[in-house]
Design a binder for this molecule. Sequence first.
Ligand code: MTE
Length: 321
Amino acid sequence: MVFRPAQKILPSEITPKSVYLNRRTLLAGSAGAAIGSIMPSVAHSAGENTRVLQKLETRPSEYSNEDLEPTAKEYITSYNNFYEFGTGKEDPARNAHTLTVKPWSIKIDGLVNKPGEYAYEDLVPAVQEDRIYRFRCVEAWSMVVPWVGFQLSEILDKVEPLGSAKYVAFETLVRPEEMPGQSGLFQALEWPYVEGLRLDEAMHPLTLMATGLYGEELPNQNGAPIRLVVPWKYGFKSIKSIVRITLTEQEPPTSWNIAAPREYGFYSNVNPRVDHPRWSQASERIIGGGLFAKRKPTLRFNGYEEEVGDLYAGMDLTKFY
Ligand code: MTE
């Protein structure tokens, strides 16, 4: 884990004993992570809550990076950050099968004409878009992900933001009984995980609500059933398993900024010229590129400068990091 100075904590110290014992049984009972990766339509091979991932109906999009080679699905679904399920990269794939993702609804409130508790089915279009995007984590690794989703602007148009709305705040589910990272003595972050965008960023056509990848529903570890994807910002802006969207006048608090304000700002646009206080952002490690793959130079706005550069005209991006 790179986000915080390394801490070595035994699972038995951070998880209630029942969950810990149960997890050990699950691990002992499965042949390990490999099975999950060769059975593409099953979210997890162990446990009772195994979820079959449905194929999704999609259409092509002009915003998709069709020229990029997607990272292998095995990496996208087994190397994750989802602290509600633990801080290790393999923890989400191992633990997230416990999450119940149906039924699901999103509460939309704040400065909108049509607030309410919206069922997943009322927000997600029957036919969604295939969007291949670059994905750059603040930890200086990257992937290429073939998402399935629709523009966040479609949701916002439906609920009609008021003229006074300037920001959009997001919240992840809090459910400690299904999210082992939210229970126990050691809590990596304050819950719920919260994120935010400026309204014009949220309305941008590249800003996606993803419900799938590789043509199927999202595996739990990738933020099922619905998560944000903002391809020109560091991955932590792309909040998972969203249950609430609030339109606000003030800039909303964000989880990593609360945890370490000097290290993680509200904007968090990918920027090779603004280093993290503890490491360089000039280049990135390609996940799935093999042991001897060369690091790749990081692109400004993660390669989306032409599309989004105007949003930040006149802003000092070293100050608004
Ligand atoms: N959302 C929630 N709720 N909890 C998290 O810990 N991690 C973030 C982001 N969204 C995180 C989250 C970080 S740091 C990254 S890099 C991406 O999710 C990882 O997405 P992936 O696992 O699908 O690659």
